[in-house]
Structures are given as C-alpha cells and as structure tokens.
Design a protein around this ligand. Structure first.
Ligand SMILES: [Zn+2]
Length: 190
C-alpha cells in the first residue's frame, strides 16, 4: 500500500480503538503526540525502503533511508513481521521513556497509538499481492485471500478508488455515528 493509504488506515484503526475502548482522560499534549505516534507507527514498517514516504519529510532523508534499508534487509522482511513488531515496540517504549523525562505526557497511551499504527500497516499490507512475512525469519509470505492474483496491487486502481475513499467514508461514518462521543472527548481534551 502507498504511504497515504497507510496514514489513513492508521488513523482509522486509532479512531476505532478510541470508540471501542474507554480511554483515560488525556491532555492535549498526549492527544497530539498520540496522533503523531500512530501516523509514525503506520509508516514505520516501510522504513526498510529508501523511497518510503517518511524519508522525504526529513532533510538528507534518502541518504539515511538508504543506510537503514540496508540494515533492515530487503523490503518487507523483518519490519513486516511479529519479530519486527516486538523490536519496534521495545524501541518505541525506550524512546517514550526518554521523552517522559522532559515532557508530561501519558506514555502508555502514546505507545498504544504507535502500536495500533504499526499493526494497521502489517494488516492492510496482508491484502496486497506481495503478502507479509508475519513469521520472519521464516520465509513465508502470508496474504488474504490466499490466492495472490486476487489481492490488491500497491498503488493500483483498487487501492486508489476503492480502499482509500472507502476508509474516508468509514471515518466519516464513525464520526457521524459517534458524534456526541467525539464532542465529549474533545471537550475533555481541550
Ligand atoms: Zn509495508
């Protein structure tokens, strides 16, 4: 999937989890950082390719992207697996503990948001032709449906005209259907 679909999927997953789970009272700083962490989590698995969206957003990004993508083996290996999820999860915990030394934020909520983004990435990539090596280092690419030709082509028409608008509509539906919940939520945060 492309970066913008991953962005939107991560946001959708966060939206769903927020609706389905009672969330603690959080500060504005925690809410904003969580949103950023979720977006970052949604793009992080593709750090293994120097063309990843996120590298274009930082100076000298393609240079560092090239180095890191070499470290992470080839595209769609360790960063697209349960093992990668654990490693990135631990790294995020570590980074957040450091952040908490100078910022008053709820790191548990931010960490959960990062993980939600990360899992959403692997989940929707599972529906693409290439599949996802969830059990890396086992070289087994898992996809839904099992027949690769029935799956979605990254950047293809199905993604552009069906998945992306579908996710947008779904978010619209969630906001509309849980309108008072969100009004309440924003009141508590702001
Ligand atoms: Zn990916």
């Amino acid at each position: 999937m492309t970066g913008r679909t991953h962005d939107l999927a991560a946001f959708t997953a966060l939206n769903l989890v927020v609706i389905l789970n009672p969330i603690p009272d959080i500060s504005l700083a925690t809410a904003i950082t969580s949103l950023l962490a979720c977006t970052f989590g949604g793009l992080a698995p593709d750090l293994d390719q120097p063309t990843a969206n996120i590298w274009h957003k930082i100076p000298a990004g393609s240079f560092f992207g090239g180095i890191l993508s070499n470290l992470l083996w080839k595209h769609r290996t360790i960063s697209h697996s349960i093992l990668g999820l654990v490693i990135f999860g631990l790294a995020a915990k570590f980074a957040l503990n450091w952040l908490a030394t100078f910022m008053t934020v709820n790191t548990d909520v931010i960490w959960a948001a990062f993980m939600i983004g990360f899992v959403s990435h692997l989940t929707i990539d599972t529906f693409t032709r290439e599949g996802v090596p969830w059990l890396f280092p086992l070289n087994w690419y898992i996809g839904i449906p099992p027949l690769a030709f029935l799956r979605i082509k990254t950047g293809g028409n199905v993604e552009k005209y069906l998945i992306f608008p579908g996710l947008l509509l779904f978010n619209g539906y969630l906001f509309w259907n849980h309108y008072s919940f969100f009004v309440n939520f924003f009141h508590r945060v702001f």
